[in-house]
Design a protein around this ligand. Sequence first.
Ligand code: FE2
Length: 465
Amino acid sequence: MLDAQQITLRFLETKLQVHPDVVRYIQEQDELDLIERIIAKVPGETIVVSAKHIPGMNATRDGTRFLTDPSVEVISGSPGTSGCVNGTSDYLHYFRDRYNRLGGMIRNRCSAMPIEALTRNTRYRQEECTIIGMVIDVKTTTNGHRIAEIEDSSANIPVLFRKDRPVFSDAERIIHDEVIGVKGKLSNDGKLFFAEQMYRPDIRIDNTPYTSKQPGKAVFISDVHVGSDTFLEECWNRFADWLSDSDFSYLLIAGDLVDGIGIYPGQESELVIKNIYEQYDAFGAMLRDLPSRMKIIISPGNHDVVRGAEPQPVIPPQFAKTFPENCMLVENPALVNLQGVRVLMYHGRSIDDMIGLIPGASYEQSGLMMDEMLQRRHLAPAYGRRTPIAAGKTDRLIIDPLPEILHTGHVHICGLTQYRGVLGINAGTWQSQTAFQKQMNVNPTPAQAVVVDLQTLHPEIRVFM
Ligand SMILES: [Fe+2]
């Protein structure tokens, strides 16, 4: 395999800097002449070579994916598919499914061997090998190296990531229960694996998004929190007026439709509607005021009336009685297809966990948290923390197939990201700063909506404050 430093140096010789994603791509392709082909195609004024300079990149695929305009197809997350948990055997299936599917994505890019075969056979001690495992535990040693215990279906082994190696920057962001691949060598006693390179199930760098063939625009919002005394009714009305004057085809809402009841201690004193049915009735009335030609797609969040464990079922009919007919209720998460453009809706509760586990992560960078999900191909990698997961037979939180758009909320801070062809939207909130957020020093960005042109996937933030 080509050395990362050699690749960087070859670009520097031609006065070009190179993005780490491109270095990684060249390493994975392992084609000797690829560097020269990229250099030959780079325009003269380029300073940093990025993914768009790789031959065959920077395109979008046209497609309707067999849909007529305007229509919505629910690919996953339609009502009644979240399932229930039947006991501990489901957890075993759940984690096996997670390991097999995420491990399979890594295996597509490298050939790996079972951990047990590696440790049992002494002939592998001096050879470079790759293994794939789920992270059981991860910590920093007293010397500042990172050590992760990983497990596959055959055995487990501690993996050391030395702080003076390039692989360390990937290893710093390892979190519990994600699936990783590591290339390196086993120690002489066969008890420790020294990693030189790390793989995540990540999106391929040449991923090409679909775009709609027909005109169409979608509006993305989340965290409306109707019923709270901090819900911004005036801003919402301004938003509703603006929608009435528009020709948008779709409105997507990623959870926390209402503020709920009993979600946190002392919530009663911050509610202007203290009855859960009345909260949803008020929300339904707001939706009835919106243009009926627009399709409204609604998934729940942790403030909504359904179970907290993900995947969360749809809002039950007794709470949605007043919702207009143009509403479509889906689960959390749900994958929907708008004119060939696939949108993965996920409320985003796992962002709380990731901020606690990834060094340097913060609520202000809600966009980057979506990059972290996409790199791990999982919406809520860390199990058993603040994000409750209902472990069914399959892992519904795996990001597969890849969407064109990942739509989240929960943190109440609007953020956009573009990661390897996927547009990430954290849609913010319609609630001003709460007493709790003030205490936690969280500054929300309320009353914003993101509009995406489905023909170009170009996002635009509109403010109604
Ligand atoms: Fe919320």
